[in-house]
Design a protein around this ligand. Structure first.
Ligand SMILES: Nc1ncnc2c1ncn2[C@@H]1O[C@H](COP(=O)(O)OP(=O)(O)OP(=O)(O)O)[C@@H](O)[C@H]1O
Ligand SMILES: [Mg+2]
Length: 340
């Protein structure tokens, strides 16, 4: 592929296109035939992916920076630590950051027989990201539409996932070309998970993601509210009232227990917006994830919160969201899930 951003021809590959040596076959014709042959192989592999991967879930958000990649990675890790075989595909071509969150920035990918083997993260999580294929991470990737779409199709068709219980797909924000291309290229997508924060602006944008899912006839598994509330804890005299200055200078009160422990949740943005908007938009609410400074640290250090604090509040919140998603997936895409 002349302008292909992802092109790999391993030495000694056993699946090279057949030799075309007719004397009048021009170089260009040969290249075209080779391209057609690769495209055919890719299509065959993509159709096999439907059989080999039990569940495929797309993670979307209307607004950028709401924690989509953090959530996609967390969902994948939570499933993987239950012993499931899980893949995580980072489709964010212009700003792929999943490898950094998993400490896999310097991972070397194996390419064999024209297929890319994913990097292996914590709990055996199989990870593939455009970041692995970009030589200079500081250089912005600017690809024209068709090249970008071609790259996504190659990206989907050329990865050797093997058998998986679930494939989680992370996207750039919005409902642009990427989720559309994936939904058209990859058969059997089970559903879309929408990530939002409790801010009104993020909630409004979620509506667009829900409408997008309806347009492409993919069920909405539900909405996750991220950065929901920040819980602070302390100790003081038992059975007394504690007052803390909350956001916007509004005092919050709570009572200490018999041991003198207290806990207060500060709603950094707002609270309950995700649940309300899910109700309003008639899609399931999958749960909330707390605002957790450890997530930011983990993102920078390459150790996801689920890995650094497997029994912590955030890891538990991920587990209960995953339990709800699993239940929906196992129930199948019956009428309750199907949106037309
Ligand atoms: N629950 C949380 N608590 C605290 N910080 C969080 C939380 N979730 C995500 N973050 C932080 O918010 C920032 C954005 O997160 P992330 O990159 O996952 O968002 P995104 O929606 O994927 O962004 P983009 O739209 O650019 O793809 C990161 O610094 C991340 O560490
Ligand atoms: Mg992201």
């Amino acid at each position: 592929m002349a302008d292909s951003p992802v092109s790999h021809h391993p030495a000694g590959s056993s699946q090279q296109p057949p030799e075309v040596d007719a004397p009048d076959t021009s170089h260009e014709q040969r290249a075209q035939m080779e391209q057609a042959y690769q495209q055919m192989q890719r299509k065959m592999r993509i159709s096999k992916m439907d059989e080999g991967i039990k569940h495929k879930v797309m993670v979307l958000s209307g607004k950028g920076g709401v924690g989509k990649s953090t959530v996609a990675t967390g969902l994948a890790l939570s499933l993987a630590r239950q012993g499931k075989k899980v893949g995580l595909m980072d489709i964010d071509i212009t700003g792929p950051n999943v490898p950094k969150m998993l400490g896999l920035e310097n991972a070397d990918l194996n390419v064999e027989d024209g297929q890319i083997f994913p990097a292996i993260g914590p709990h055996g999580l199989e990870v593939i990201s455009m970041a692995f294929l970009i030589e200079d991470p500081d250089k912005p990737v600017i690809w024209r539409g068709p090249i970008k779409l071609g790259a996504i199709q190659q990206f989907i068709g050329d990865v050797a996932w093997g058998e998986l219980d679930a494939l989680i797909i992370d996207f750039p924000p919005g409902t642009s070309d990427e989720p559309l291309t994936v939904s058209q290229s990859l058969p059997g997508i089970d559903g879309v998970v929408i990530v939002t924060t409790p801010q009104e602006i993020a909630l409004l944008d979620s509506r667009k993601s829900i409408n997008f899912a309806k347009t492409i006839s993919i069920p909405v598994l539900g909405v996750i509210e991220n950065m929901s509330g920040y819980t602070i804890r302390g100790t003081a005299e038992a059975n007394t009232i504690i007052s803390v200055m909350g956001p916007s200078g509004i005092p919050l009160e709570c009572e200490t227990d018999d041991e003198g422990n207290w806990a207060l949740t500060l709603n950094v943005f707002k609270s309950g917006g995700g649940e309300e908007s899910a109700k309003e938009l008639d899609v399931p609410f999958l749960g909330s994830l707390p605002f957790d400074p450890g997530i930011v640290r983990g993102g920078d250090d390459g150790v996801h919160r689920i890995v650094s604090e497997p029994d912590g509040e955030t890891a538990q919140a991920f587990d209960s969201i995953v339990a709800r998603i699993t239940e929906k997936l196992e129930r199948g895409s019956g009428p309750s899930l199907r949106i037309t």
